[in-house]
Design a protein around this ligand. Structure first.
Ligand SMILES: Cc1ncc(C[n+]2csc(CCOP(=O)(O)OP(=O)(O)O)c2C)c(N)n1
Ligand code: SF4
Ligand SMILES: [Mg+2]
Length: 281
């Protein structure tokens, strides 16, 4: 099973090419060299103040945060960035981000971001919300912001539960999923169907870019960075509203051990929430 890249992840790479280039080692012997060494392939982004966090082991949200901060750093956006944070487990992140953050009331981040972007059009503005915050508690905020074509980027960490408050069902909980308030599994007759926020928002004329990503495998993490880059680009080019939904692991409220979060995400969430670009800029 693949695991998400973390700050401590190392990649084993073959030394053959380096050894072959070394004049002390005859070229015809280079193919016999089989030793490996460890190379660090990722560094802590400067905008991440510490690699320690208070979230659960195996949580996907710190992985998503790391990608966001790497990208802000790569694009040189730190000085002009304003993040508007919703309420959820990720509300702990402003403490460890070297980026300006405004805290919104539950579900209201898109409206606060609308005000920030209109007052400071040169600022780079993104929201950081969860599925409970955006899709259950603040659905009208994101829909209207998207329809108006507000020029900020909305990021939603979708773990299909209200994580911070103990794991009850959200509007994004998938059919059959066990939560504290759907103990027999989400039932279509009793609880209705999950809302697919990306598809919903993509059909609005004000949206420039929409994609759904995930952080459960290294390749998914790489694609998440690409999608976020394209969404950020859409904002920087003044094209309109952009949204990236990131499926994140919540082993605690999925009732699985931390190392089984990625497999659970692939098995339970991806069939309802297929990954990919939903609307290209
Ligand atoms: C108006 C309001 N209702 C409820 C709450 C309680 N509350 C705080 S965090 C949270 C869960 C947020 O879930 P989500 O946005 O999915 O984030 P997660 O914790 O899963 O990362 C809830 C219900 C609140 N703070 N304010
Ligand atoms: S409850 Fe879920 S979302 Fe919250 S920190 Fe723990 S694993 Fe992450
Ligand atoms: Mg959630």
């Amino acid at each position: 099973m693949s695991k998400p890249v973390t700050s401590d992840e190392w990649q084993v790479t073959s030394k053959k090419a380096e050894v072959a280039a070394d004049s002390d080692v005859p070229t015809h012997h280079s193919s016999l060299v089989t030793h490996h060494s460890l190379h660090r392939v990722v560094e802590k982004p400067d905008l991440l103040l510490t690699t320690e966090h208070s979230l659960c082991p195996g949580c996907g949200e710190p992985v998503a945060l790391r990608i966001i901060l790497e990208l802000l750093q790569d694009l040189g956006l730190r000085e002009r960035t304003i993040c508007v944070a919703g309420i959820g487990c990720y509300t702990a992140f402003p403490m460890i981000m070297d980026v300006d953050v405004m805290q919104a009331l539950h579900g209201r981040a898109p409206s606060v971001a609308t005000g920030v972007k209109r007052v400071r059009p040169d600022a780079f503005v993104f929201t950081m919300q969860g599925d409970g915050d955006m899709i259950s508690e603040g659905l009208q905020e994101v829909i209207h912001s998207a329809a108006r074509g507000e020029k900020f980027t909305a990021i939603v960490f979708n773990n299909a539960v209200f994580g911070e408050t103990g794991g009850h069902m959200t509007a994004a909980t998938v059919l059959g999923q066990h939560t504290k308030t759907s103990v027999g599994g989400r039932d279509r007759e009793r609880h209705g169907y999950p809302i697919k926020i990306s598809e919903l928002v993509a059909q609005l004329d004000g949206t420039a870019y929409v994609a759904r990503a995930a952080v459960h495998t290294p390749s998914a993490i790489k694609l998440t960075k690409q999608y976020l880059h394209d969404a950020f680009r859409a904002q920087l080019d003044g094209k309109g509203f952009s949204l990236v939904e990131i499926l994140t692991m919540c082993p605690t409220d999925w009732f699985v051990p931390p190392d089984q979060g990625p497999a659970f995400l692939e098995r339970q969430l991806v069939p309802t929430y297929p990954l990919g670009v939903i609307k290209a800029a």
